[in-house]
Structures are given as structure tokens and as C-alpha cells.
Design a protein around this ligand. Sequence first.
Ligand SMILES: [Zn+2]
Length: 505
Amino acid sequence: MRKLSLIAVFLYAATSLIAQKLPEMRYTIDMTQSTDTFNITLYPGKLKEASTFQFASTAPGTYQTMNIGRLISDFEAFDKKGKALEVEKLSVNQYKISDPRKVHKLTYKVAETFDTPLSEYPIYPMAGSSLEEDHALINVHTMLGYFHGLQKSPLTLTLKGRDGWEVGTALSEDKGVYKATDYDHAVDSPILLGKLTRASTRIADTEVVIYTYSQNDKISSDRLLESMSSMLQATRDFLIDLPVDRYTFLYHFATDTRGATGAWEHSYSSEYTLIENDFNTPQQVQAVTDIASHEFFHIVTPLNIHSEIVEEFNFVKPTPSVHLWLYEGVTEWASNILLYRAGELTLDEYLMGSVRQKILVNQQVFNSDWSLRKLAEESFTTEGSRQYGNIYFKGSLIGNLLDIRLLELSDGKMGLRELLLDLIEKYGKGKPVSEATFFDDLAAMTYPEIRQFFDDYVLDNKELPLSEYFAKVGIQIEGTLVKKMEEMSPAQERLFEIWSKNLER
Ligand SMILES: [Zn+2]
């Protein structure tokens, strides 16, 4: 007993020593001065050597170049007496402060991304920022930076919004101040403020909260929750346990989102910037559920299972991970097939909606000569950003093929879902997969043939054997038709039944 408590005291002392070394970054985001521009103040505590202040060149899960420094103006540093210190702009995203020991506070302005024209590398709205009379959207990487060496400093956020604004975020709050364990955690936690509606529910042990801004009050959180409940339950059935205690959906509906819409995943939340409509046709409702299903499933990958490139995120230089096939492709596959397996989609809806659509878009919209490896490696380039969208189509088809191949090799005992469940057990936050050896590791966890599968269809660009593989589970691809075969062999019949359900675990 005594030894244990001594160890505990020692550990506590050791961790508080580490914590003491890193000063707390106290940020204020002022949204009351004007629309379209955020006014930022940072009290960085006592700085030592840290002198380079960094804005994000990209952000996790976006796979795009952003160069946030483009939006920054009036960057100034002051000492305790309010005297301006010398500041030098080193590059688009970096400022150097001549004497960091004297810094008392930094102030600067940030243009919102929605209404700021950018000639190259446009920033998608879901990863951007907006500030209007009745609401604001904050993605932390679009306005806050960090000192080199202090990416792990804890930070606090004081949000000065207009009177009566509600705040939706996964960050915890204490007396009006929001806290993040470090810069990465803050970037992982978008904030929606303004005239919002709120709704919440519980899925098993997970509390789910929805905040919604709807420009003309057409879509409420209650209505969204009602339409998403069965999807949330289906995800839980697929995963058995949801790996989060609390999850927040942030919805931003506007009549104009500058030609782009989308959603972005985070560890404890996801955020949606979508066109506001009447939300009263099955198609309108299904479109929102589909995208929410995809983002919610990201709690598995990359937010839980990812390589060390994602684990230690590099905000200075965009660094691609070859395992994009898993992060986006498998996520898209899972978020679709789990709805079919839960009975939310009929077989016909799944095959003709999801599978057929992926086949057509891969063939007709994108350059199908690009391998999934190339999509990953080139995603930060201009041409790469044009082809990037195919990861949701070709990548999802890879999910289908891998699932069927695993079911075949295991004689129906293990599909891709079961492999994901094994990966959740084996890896997770703080325990990344190896960027270099993950394909071999997956083959070791499954079958040697799986290594060849990755060589052929992820690293190389062999033509996808769609007809051949789908036939193994009794599904026929003929022209633009994807349908269940009228006559199946007993082996096909059996594998079709297994493929159609979540296996017992
Ligand atoms: Zn995604």
C-alpha cells in the first residue's frame, strides 16, 4: 500500500513538473467588433526560447493545403507596459518575435474563410470560419496558432460573442472559459455559436448532443435527431460499443455556402456546413443522414485507428499518410453497409444507391488511373485536390472488395467489420499503427493473400475485380445494374447471408 501511494505521489509530482514547464496559452476570441473579422488576443504566460509563432499549413483529416497565415493581419506583440515588440514575418504561416521573454500579449485580426476570396487552395467551409450578426463558426486552426515547442501547452478560450448567443462544442467549460489540453485538442473541437437549437439523446452509454444554426429557422435540432436516431443505433450495432462517452453534432445550414458543402470529423464531434432546404422530402433527410453516418463512423478511423503521421500531427508541413484508403475509403464503406445490415436500407437501395453510384463515379467523374496510394500521396497538391474526392468512391469499393475477400478466405468467419473490431482492440489513441508496416501487420492478423490484395488495389492500380468478387456473395454487376443473382449456388447463398449481417461477436 505504502509503495503504491509513494509511486502515485512520485507520478503526480512528475506529471505536474512536466505541466509546469509548459505555460498555459490564454486566448480570447472577440466576435463583437465587426462581422467577418475575428479579433484575437493571446496571453502566452512566461515564454523562454519559444519565438516562432506558427499558423496551420493544414489540419488533420482535411488532406488539403490551407496556409492560414493568408488570413492574418495586424499581428503585434506587446510587453507588460504595452510597448510594441519587434515582430518579423518569416513565411506565410510564421512570425518571429525578437525577444520572446518580454512578451506579455499578442494581438491580431483574422479574416473569416467564408467571405474571404482565396485564389488558390480554397478552404472548405466545414474546415473554415464564419462571423455574422447572428452566428459564428470557429475552427480553431483557422484563427489560433502556437509557439514552436509549445504545441502541447494547455490552452483556455474566452469567447466574446454577441448577447444571447448559445455555444455548441465538445470542449468542456468552466465559468465561461473553454479548456483544451493542447493545441491539437483545440483544433479537434470546432465551436458553433449564435442563435442555435439544441437536442440530445442517449445511445447505450453515449450521450449525443446536436446544435443547429439554420439561417431561416427551417431545420431544428429536434428534427435532425429524429431523422438520425436509427442511424446512430445502427452504428452502435455495427461497433458493439461506441468508443466515446459523449458526442456532439454541429450543423450550420445556410442558403449560400460559397459553392461548397461538406462535413468534417473530430474525435468527439463533427461539423456540417450544408445548404438550408425545407428538409421535408425523404431525399433531403437521407442526404443529411448519410453524411452524418460517414462522419460519425470516423470515431473508429482515423480518430481511433491511425498511423503515427496522424498521431503526431504536423501543422508546419502537410504530410500524407498512405493509409487514406482506411481513413476515408473504409469509413465510407462502413457507414453505408451498416445501414443495410441494420435494415435501414433495402438490398436494392444499397446495391443500386451506394455500390452502383460508387462504380459509376469512379469510372466517369474521376481519373480512374489514380491508385489509392496516389490519391493519398498527392492530396495536398492542386491536381491531387481535384482527384481527392474519388477516395469516397473508389476507396469505398476497396472496402467492399476487402470485406468479400476476407469472408471468402475465412470461410465466412471474418469480414472487414470484424477486422475493424480487432483493430480497435489492438490499437487506438496513443497506440498508432505503423505507417510503414501496416499492410504486413494486417496480413499477419488475417491471411497472407491480403498482402497481395493491398499490393494490387491500394499500392498498385490493378483493375478492380468488381464482378468477380461480388459474384462470390451472389451479387451480379451487369451494365449499370447491380443486383442479387436469380440463381445462386449453395456456396453463394451461404456467403450472401453472412455478408448481409453483422457476424456474431
Ligand atoms: Zn471522411
